[in-house]
Design a protein around this ligand. Sequence first.
Ligand code: NAG
Ligand code: NAG
Ligand code: NAG
Ligand code: NAG
Ligand code: NAG
Ligand code: NAG
Ligand code: NAG
Ligand code: NAG
Ligand code: NAG
Ligand code: NAG
Ligand code: NAG
Ligand code: NAG
Length: 444
Amino acid sequence: MGFSHMLQLFLLLTSCFSLGFSIDTLRLNQSIRDSDLLVSNGQNFKFGFFGPENNTHRYVGVMYNNISAMTVIWTANRDSPLNDSNGTVEISSDGNLVILDGQMGVVWSSNLSSSVANSSVRLLDTGNLVLQDNSDGRIVCTNERNMLTSWRSPNDPSPGNFTASIEPLQVPQLFIRNGSNPYWRSGPWNGQIFIGIPGMEVYLYQNGFYLVNDNPETAYLTFSYVNISVLTYLALNSSGNFQQKLLSDRNGDWEVMWSSMQNECDVYGKCGSFGSCNARDNPICTCLPGFEPKNIDEWNAANWSNGCTRRAPLQSERNDSLGEIDGFLELNRVKLPDNTRWSLTLEADCGSQCLNSSSCIAYAFYTGIGCMLWNESLIDVQKFSSGGADLYIRLAYSELDKKRNWTAIIATTVVLGFITISVCTFFCLKWYRGTYHFKLHSFA
Ligand SMILES: *[C@@H]1O[C@H](CO)[C@@H](O)[C@H](O)[C@H]1NC(C)=O
Ligand SMILES: *[C@@H]1O[C@H](CO)[C@@H](O)[C@H](O)[C@H]1NC(C)=O
Ligand SMILES: *[C@@H]1O[C@H](CO)[C@@H](O)[C@H](O)[C@H]1NC(C)=O
Ligand SMILES: *[C@@H]1O[C@H](CO)[C@@H](O)[C@H](O)[C@H]1NC(C)=O
Ligand SMILES: *[C@@H]1O[C@H](CO)[C@@H](O)[C@H](O)[C@H]1NC(C)=O
Ligand SMILES: *[C@@H]1O[C@H](CO)[C@@H](O)[C@H](O)[C@H]1NC(C)=O
Ligand SMILES: *[C@@H]1O[C@H](CO)[C@@H](O)[C@H](O)[C@H]1NC(C)=O
Ligand SMILES: *[C@@H]1O[C@H](CO)[C@@H](O)[C@H](O)[C@H]1NC(C)=O
Ligand SMILES: *[C@@H]1O[C@H](CO)[C@@H](O)[C@H](O)[C@H]1NC(C)=O
Ligand SMILES: *[C@@H]1O[C@H](CO)[C@@H](O)[C@H](O)[C@H]1NC(C)=O
Ligand SMILES: *[C@@H]1O[C@H](CO)[C@@H](O)[C@H](O)[C@H]1NC(C)=O
Ligand SMILES: *[C@@H]1O[C@H](CO)[C@@H](O)[C@H](O)[C@H]1NC(C)=O
C-alpha cells in the first residue's frame, strides 16, 4: 500500500458534528470521577477514564468522542494505572492537574515546577488538553520534547520500546527508534515532504505537511487536508510501525492506509554500512559500487549487518598527494544515507567542496535542502524505482577508471558497430543498387 493512498485521507474533523452544550473545562475544586467526562466543545474529543480490552487497570486520557471504536490519543498515567474505579482527576492546590486514587493519594501529576494559584484544564476541539493560568489566560508549557512513545501492546498503554520523533538536525528527519537504536527513518525533509518516503509528494496537492523546527527540543510535524470530512490520524503502534488510519464509514472502524514499514529494506541499516537495499532484488542487499562485503561468508549467508568495505583506497588513504585524483560515481533514485552534514554551498560547488575535503566520501544536492555531505559511513541506502535523490559517492581513480574503461569499451563497440553497419549499408546498398541497375539494364 503506497503513501499515495493517503491522498484520500484527511486529518481532522471538520465541524460536521452538531454543536451542543457540554463541559470542556475542569476548574479548581471540581473533580472528574471514573464515570465522568470532559467533552470538547465541538464534541470531537473527550477526556476521562478508560480501560483497554482485557486490561483491568484504569487509565486517564484523551479519546475520540462520538465514534464507536474506542480510540485513545493520549494517556496521562501510563506508568501508574489505577487498580479500581475509585480514582479522581482534579486540580491540586498548587495548580497541577493530578490523578488521585481512592485514598486521595497522588498517582500522577502534571509536575509543574512553579505553582499557579488558580488554574483550569480545558479540552480543545483539536484534542489538545491545556492547563491554563486563569490570572492571565497563559497556557502552561512543560517544554517536554515532542515524541510519540508506543504502547507496550495493543491492550497495554504502558510505555513500549519504540519512540518516534523529529530529529531536528541541520537536515531534519523523522525517526523511529527501538530503545536507543534507530529502527526506521524518513530521509531528509525538503521543506514539503520527506524525500526518503516514495510517493509522499503525491499528496501535496492542496494538502500540506508543516515541520515546526524553530526549537530543537520541541520540533513537531503537522499535516492538514482541505475540505474533507473524514477522520484520519497517524500513530506509532506497539510493534514500531507508524500507521495512518482512516475511519471507515462502512464498519465504523479504523483502516490502515499507510504504514512506515513497507518492506524489509525499510528496516534501518538492513544492509550495513556501504550496503544498498533493493526490495525488488534477490538477495535484497548489494554493496555500493566500489565496495565489497566485509565478511563474504556472513554476507553470502544473508547476514548483512557487517556491511561492506572500500575496495580501492582513496587518494588521501593512499597518502599519494601527487597521484590520480578521486572522482564521483552517480547513483540515481536512492534513499540518501543517514548522518548527513549540511553545507551552505551552491549546487555548482557542492561536488568540489566534497572533493576538497579529505574526509568527505559522498555528496548530494537537493532543491529545498541544498548541499549535503557525508563523512563517515554510508548507512541505510535504499534503491527506489521512483523518487528518491541522486547521490554522488567518492571513489578512487582506479575504480572510476574501470568504469571508464568499460564505458569506453561499450562506447567503442557501439561506435564501431555503427560504422560497420553504416559502411556495410552503404556498400551493400551500392552493390544491390548496382545489381538492380545491372539487371534492369540487362532486361532493357
Ligand atoms: C476551593 O476550596 C477551598 C477550600 O475548600 C476554598 O478555600 C476555595 O475558595 C475554593 N476555590 C474555589 C475557586 O471555589
Ligand atoms: C481478550 O481476551 C479474549 C479471551 O482471552 C480474547 O478472545 C480476545 O481476543 C482478547 N481481546 C484483545 C483485544 O486482545
Ligand atoms: C455525535 O454526537 C452528536 C451529539 O451527541 C449526535 O447528534 C451525533 O449523532 C453523533 N454522531 C455520531 C457519528 O455518533
Ligand atoms: C495497584 O496494585 C499494584 C499491585 O498490587 C500496586 O503495586 C499499585 O500500587 C496499585 N496502584 C494503585 C494506584 O493503587
Ligand atoms: C472503591 O469504592 C468502593 C465503593 O465506593 C469500595 O467498596 C471499595 O472498597 C473501594 N476500593 C478501594 C480500593 O478503596
Ligand atoms: C513527576 O515527577 C515525578 C518525580 O520526579 C516522576 O516520578 C513522574 O514521572 C513525573 N510525572 C510526569 C507526568 O512527568
Ligand atoms: C479562578 O478563575 C476562574 C476563571 O477565571 C474564576 O471564575 C474564579 O473566581 C477564580 N477563583 C479564584 C479562587 O480566584
Ligand atoms: C523491549 O526490549 C527489551 C529488551 O531491551 C525486551 O526484553 C522486551 O521484550 C521488549 N518489549 C517489547 C514490548 O517488545
Ligand atoms: C527491539 O530491540 C529489542 C532489544 O534490543 C530486540 O529484542 C527486538 O527484536 C527489537 N525489535 C525489532 C522490531 O527490531
Ligand atoms: C472548500 O470548499 C468550499 C465550498 O465547497 C469552496 O468554496 C472552497 O474553495 C474549497 N477550498 C479549497 C481549498 O478547495
Ligand atoms: C503495527 O503495524 C503494522 C503495519 O501496519 C502491522 O503489520 C502490525 O501488525 C501492527 N502491530 C500491531 C501490534 O498491531
Ligand atoms: C551476523 O553477524 C554478526 C557479526 O558477525 C553476528 O554477531 C550475528 O550473530 C550474525 N547474525 C546471525 C543471524 O547469524
